[in-house]
Write a protein that binds this ligand. Structure first.
Ligand code: ASP
Length: 359
């Protein structure tokens, strides 16, 4: 995979997302680094979702699974997760295994040389000597971007996937959320024209920030941000929506928002970012999806959640066919398989295999 040439750090850091996105592609136009949601465009998303759907169809037979395994057995990945993770880690790990790519992991920096005082930058640079892909989660905003740039200045640049950075971005969650929305609304004309309601800690929830920025690519989408005032969505996201001409509103009226929604996207309180437990003082009970709210939701509406859940969705809701969060978990694995194959330039073989399968 030929790496793109990145400009000096200050120029790269200060560039507008559209400009940065160009630098993250290979000379042939495929994504080299996956760092932030605004780097995706519609053709990429449409093709990726199609690749994911065809891959899972192929995986239904033993022969298909063997074929998938044969795609990347000569490649290795490092999963460097310096923040807690269940689904993102496991789905990436499994996605690597599905395509034969061998994963290694560092999840607890107490067991690596970071404990001896090595900088995370030096750790990641070390990983790049051993592997062909780095998938990383880090508490620091912009860290993945800095690493991608840093590696591009070395003689061994390897692609970086941001698997969640600080409070700002979770681009691959946005991919699985778009995939879930697209599948859920396939018989209703797709994501176009739908109303998506975000609920919870919108200020510090990176999944909401990433997904909102991707949804601007779907004409007619309307976004409603429903949260207590201190946790309401930040101005930078509202600015992105204003610039893109996406209709949106903020509200504290949960019932109104649920009734207006095609999709309700619930999130938990992100209190790991509190300095002194301050967000626990914010009353959030009004923003809880209970069984009675199912009456308010359209019969063809859906409820999503990036998980983990605390009490913001009552477990009784899980039984309703409109509850999509467990499907999101599974979609996450397949969209990550599709992403890895696309980055390594192997997704064409998926489409070829599929065409032969259905011929
Ligand atoms: N798992 C998601 C994330 O890593 C959502 C959450 O933690 O609330 O951002």
């Amino acid at each position: 995979m030929e790496p793109p040439v990145l400009p000096p750090w200050e120029q790269f850091r200060a560039a507008r997302p559209a400009e940065k996105a160009r630098w993250l592609r290979t000379p042939t136009g495929r994504p080299y680094h996956v760092l932030f949601a605004q780097q995706f465009d519609r053709p990429f998303l449409d093709r990726l979702c199609e690749t994911a759907t065809r891959t899972r169809r192929i995986a239904k037979t033993k022969g298909g699974r063997m074929f998938l395994q044969s795609l990347l057995p000569d490649q290795r990945a490092m999963l460097y997760f310096a923040q807690p993770s269940t689904r993102t880690f496991l789905s990436f790990y499994t996605a690597c295994q599905i395509v034969g790519l061998r994963p290694a992991e560092v999840r607890d920096t107490h067991t690596s040389s970071e404990f001896k005082g090595e900088s995370p930058e030096d750790s990641v640079r070390t990983f790049s000597s051993y592997v062909d892909l780095i998938i990383m989660r880090h508490p620091e905003q912009g860290f993945a971007e800095r690493i991608a740039w840093l590696l591009s200045t070395t003689e061994r640049s390897v692609p970086v996937i941001n698997a969640g950075s600080g409070k700002d971005e979770h681009p691959t969650q946005a991919l699985l959320d778009v995939y879930t929305l697209q599948r859920s609304f396939a018989r209703r004309g797709g994501i176009e024209g739908k109303t998506v309601v975000f609920v919870g800690d919108l200020l510090r929830g990176r999944t909401v920030r990433s997904l909102a920025q991707v949804l601007v690519l779907y004409p007619g989408v309307r976004l409603i941000f429903c949260a207590p005032a201190p946790l309401q969505i930040a101005d930078d996201i509202l600015e992105v929506l204003r610039t893109a001409g996406v209709p949106h509103e903020t509200t504290e009226d949960f019932e109104y928002a649920v009734a207006a929604a095609d999709a309700v996207y619930m999130t938990r309180l992100q209190d790991e970012w509190d300095v002194a437990g301050e967000s626990r003082q914010i009353p959030t009970e009004r923003f809880r999806f209970e069984e009675r709210h199912l009456q308010l939701l359209r019969p063809d509406g859906i409820v999503m959640h990036p998980l983990p859940r605390r009490h913001e969705i009552a477990v009784e809701v899980d039984r309703d066919p409109r509850a999509m969060y467990w499907r999101q978990v599974r979609n996450g694995m397949w969209i990550r398989v599709a992403l890895i194959l696309t980055m390594f330039g192997r997704e064409g073989e998926i489409h070829q295999y599929y065409e032969e399968l259905v011929r």
